[in-house]
Design a protein. Structure first.
Length: 508
């Protein structure tokens, strides 16, 4: 597994044209997939069951089987697909598939494969390509409005490829109680966490619209706000990173109820590994043992000089970072001080070096500026977080491939949209028969989890523990907490959690 941190996979779940061609032309219905109920209900579609014999392939079938013949057009649609994918049923659009129809079409695709699926649907005149897109959570783009139906074929072929690239949902896990039983019965749980487990502490996440860190960086004039964490950008101009670093410093010793939940799994002997994408080091503060924790993107716990590699405790740099300064390496500075004899000096009449007169507010004797050296002679201190373009820790790939993959019996993904590779590849890398639970405010479209538990992470884990009979102790869990749960229309496996007592605005 490539363990270099890469920018978010904007096309996650979508293969390249060549890869799509290989995947679809060799894909055959398997007994494993047929035995799986991928969606909420498995129902018969009477009007689609009759085989439609054909001597040749239609244009849509050819596109599905050979996308690389029109790679330029497909590439444009790949770029647009992520924005068009809304992962929901379009109940607000009378021209879209109903939830029941969408479930049937998705099931049919997995049961018969893309070629027969095309024959039984668009080719048979049962449904238009435009409308069929909505069955896969793709809203027809405005720029194709008024076009002939075959103009939607390229986008539909990608939507089919995207759907088939997903892991098949395990049909026997749907309810909240199913999730509770999985928690109680599993012994080797992988927990993959993201920024969403720290937002209740006032630490911003990165991608939430309006409130996430990236949405607040337009003033920097970057082509992409993620360049703040690009290693080549940092080496060229570290001021860009340090402009925003003060806003993401872990300036709290507190950890959230979700952190406490992971620690509780560890206490009960159920935690196999916590793979964390967070850089705030709060998992460690919550008591997750080093042998159970993989900080995939590093953390602010330590910092190293980019020039000489000298390592220090990260919090020793916090005062400079908060003051808007670029921290420099004191070891480099000390070495330069003892070897540099060419700087201009003021001398007394007797030839001795004149001591600079100190004034109130001057730096003390430990200040780097006393060295009277150009800042370029000292290396910049970089927090030991993994920037885009840097390799992830060796233990990430080694532990996942050589240890966890063969032992895991439950996967829980909490507070992350799984947009950054290679961590986003952890879930599809694990055996598909292992149950998977997703906990976050909003669902994701590029992974088929078995159970989606939507809401504030702290609220969800609190309710799960209550139902499991576990005592999750944390100061942020209010006394007398009451949580309502609702099933999302069209999804028996998707549930929304809402705290109703005390009212959220009444809690700190």
């Amino acid at each position: 597994m490539d363990s270099t941190r890469r920018a978010p996979a904007a096309k996650n779940g979508i293969t390249t044209a060549a890869a799509t061609n290989t995947t679809i032309t060799t894909r055959k219905p398997s007994t494993r997939v047929k035995a799986v109920v991928d969606y909420d209900e498995k129902r018969h579609i009477p009007e689609l069951t009759e085989e439609i014999p054909r001597d040749g392939l239609t244009e849509l079938e050819e596109r599905v089987n050979d996308l690389n013949e029109s790679w330029e057009t497909e590439s444009l649609f790949e770029d647009a697909l992520e924005d068009l994918a809304e992962d929901k049923f379009f109940t607000d659009d009378p021209e879209a598939c109903t939830p029941d129809e969408a479930i049937k079409f998705r099931q049919l695709l997995r049961n018969v494969g893309p070629e027969i699926f095309c024959k039984r649907t668009v080719d048979a005149g049962v449904i238009t390509a435009k409308k069929l897109l909505t069955a896969f959570g793709i809203r027809p783009p405005g720029f194709l409005e008024g076009a002939e139906d075959d103009a939607y074929f390229s986008l539909l072929s990608l939507a089919l490829s995207r759907e088939l690239s997903k892991r098949a949902k395990l049909g026997k896990y749907n309810s909240i109680q199913d999730a509770v039983e999985l928690l109680k019965n599993s012994k080797n749980i992988i927990v993959l966490t993201g920024a969403g487990i720290s937002t209740s502490l006032g630490i911003p996440d990165f991608r939430s619209k309006g409130t996430g860190l990236y949405s607040k960086l337009e003033h920097l004039g970057l082509n992409d706000p993620q360049e703040v964490f690009d290693i080549s950008v940092f080496k060229h101009d570290p001021t860009i990173f340090y402009t925003v670093a003060r806003d993401i410093l872990p300036n709290t010793e507190r950890f959230s109820p979700t952190h406490a939940f992971i620690a509780l799994l560890q206490e009960k002997g159920k935690l196999l590994t916590n793979y964390s994408q967070n850089i705030d080091n709060l998992e460690a503060k919550a008591g997750i043992r080093p042998e159970k924790l993989v900080q995939c993107h590093g953390s602010f716990a330590t910092a190293s000089c980019v020039k000489c590699g000298f390592k220090v405790d990260g919090d020793s740099l916090f005062p400079e970072i908060k003051a808007g300064k670029i921290p420099r390496c004191r070891k480099c500075a000390q070495g330069s001080r003892t070897t540099n004899n060419s700087r201009k000096r003021k001398l007394n009449r007797d030839g001795t070096e004149k001591k600079a007169r100190r004034r109130p507010g001057d730096y003390d004797s430990n200040s780097d500026s006393e060295f009277d050296l150009p800042t370029s002679s000292c290396g910049v201190m970089k927090p030991d977080i993994t920037f885009f373009g840097e390799p992830l820790p060796d233990e990430f790939s080694k532990r996942l491939t050589e240890h966890d993959r063969d032992l895991v019996d439950l996967v829980i993904v909490i507070g992350t949209s799984l947009k950054v590779a290679p961590v986003s590849e952890v879930v599809p890398f694990l055996p598909p028969n292992i149950p998977q639970i997703y906990i976050s405010r909003t669902p994701v479209s590029h992974v088929n989890f078995d159970i989606d538990l939507l809401g504030d992470c702290d609220i969800v884990v609190s309710e799960l523990c209550r139902r499991a009979g576990w005592d999750l102790k944390h100061e942020m869990i209010p006394e007398g907490q009451v949580i309502d749960t609702d099933v999302v229309d069209g999804y028996s496996s998707r549930h929304v959690f809402t705290q109703v007592k005390p009212e959220p605005n009444a809690t700190s």
